[in-house]
Design a protein around this ligand. Structure first.
Ligand code: GLN
Length: 292
């Protein structure tokens, strides 16, 4: 009795297709594999296997949620970033592949810093607006000589970031503080060799043009104020109090923001070697500058 995995998948696919999703079969498979606690290939090898009626009911419920454009990662509670597994939920932005460019730029600089440092001192990194901690935790993982501080306004994000640090095994070299960007830090006392951020940068009036999935992500993580640049002003106005020499400031930026943020960087006399990195779509995605 009951329906088979393949039949359930066909039902799920046609439901998601009718809801207008672009990859209905793929998502139907991901969601069923998630419910079964299996990897997707299991579904291909066991298409004839019967699905318990209770499980089929739960599957229908999560299909409804996906049909309502709840992002897939919020349903599965997981997202991969820099080859590491992260827990995510509706309190945090889902890690984006393009943010890996930012992390890679910091890793390259951090390795150079360490190679040139005579005392082999700990590389102190600050991540402003850390969310689920993906940037902070990935940096701690790939730079084993670092100590990373992540700050987020949301208590729920800080809790999740701590959990992710624990899961990846870098909790001894990370700490997460709750507060508004610089607020929990003491100028002159909390200094960092690297300051990194993927701040909210969508101009407010463009928020409603984003996909329904993105609109289900926290506004706090996306809304960059009237011109999208509010968070950058807050970063650039205060960075000097917290950045060491040698030091690196690296931020992710949005489409068409390179010129404005380049100008902000150039106004800070202590920042040199200002560089723009493009993502795979050819969009300027990262701006960095170092103090030597
Ligand atoms: N890159 C995100 C997007 O695709 C925006 C993230 C941000 O504002 N920092 O919507």
């Amino acid at each position: 009795m009951g329906v088979s995995i393949e039949q359930v998948l066909q039902g799920g696919t046609s439901f998601l297709k009718q809801k207008g999703l672009r990859f209905p079969r793929q998502e139907a498979e991901i969601l069923l594999a998630f419910l079964l606690g299996r990897e997707r290939p299991y579904l291909y090898a066991h298409g004839e296997e019967k699905v318990a009626p209770e499980l089929e009911k739960t599957y229908k419920k999560i299909l409804q949620r996906r049909g309502a454009r709840i992002p897939l990662a919020y349903i599965t509670g997981k997202k991969e970033f820099m080859g590491l597994g992260f827990s995510v939920n509706k309190n945090v932005l889902i890690p984006r592949p393009e943010t890996e460019h930012l992390v890679e730029a910091v890793i390259a600089w951090g390795k150079k810093f360490y190679a040139q440092s005579e005392q082999k001192e700990t590389l102190k990194i600050l991540d402003l607006g850390t969310g689920c901690g993906n940037i902070a935790v990935a940096l701690a993982h790939y730079l084993p000589f670092s100590f990373v501080t992540g700050v987020d306004l949301k208590k729920e994000a800080v809790e999740l970031a701590c959990q992710n640090a624990q899961n990846v095994g870098v909790n001894k070299r990370t700490r997460f503080l709750c507060g508004d960007f610089w607020e929990p830090l003491v100028p002159g006392e909390d200094t960092f060799n690297v300051i990194v951020s993927n701040p909210p940068y969508i101009p407010r009036e463009e928020l409603f043009t984003l996909s329904p999935e993105v609109q289900n992500e926290p506004r706090l993580a996306l809304d960059g104020g009237p011109d999208g640049l509010t968070a950058y002003r807050h970063i650039f106005d205060n960075v000097q109090k917290f950045l060491t020499c040698p030091g690196l400031l690296a931020v992710e930026i949005g489409d068409k923001q390179a010129k404005n943020i380049w100008e902000m960087s150039s106004r800070l006399a202590f920042l040199r070697n200002i560089e723009i990195i493009k993502d795979y779509a050819g969009i300027s995605r990262v701006i960095s500058g170092s103090t030597i």
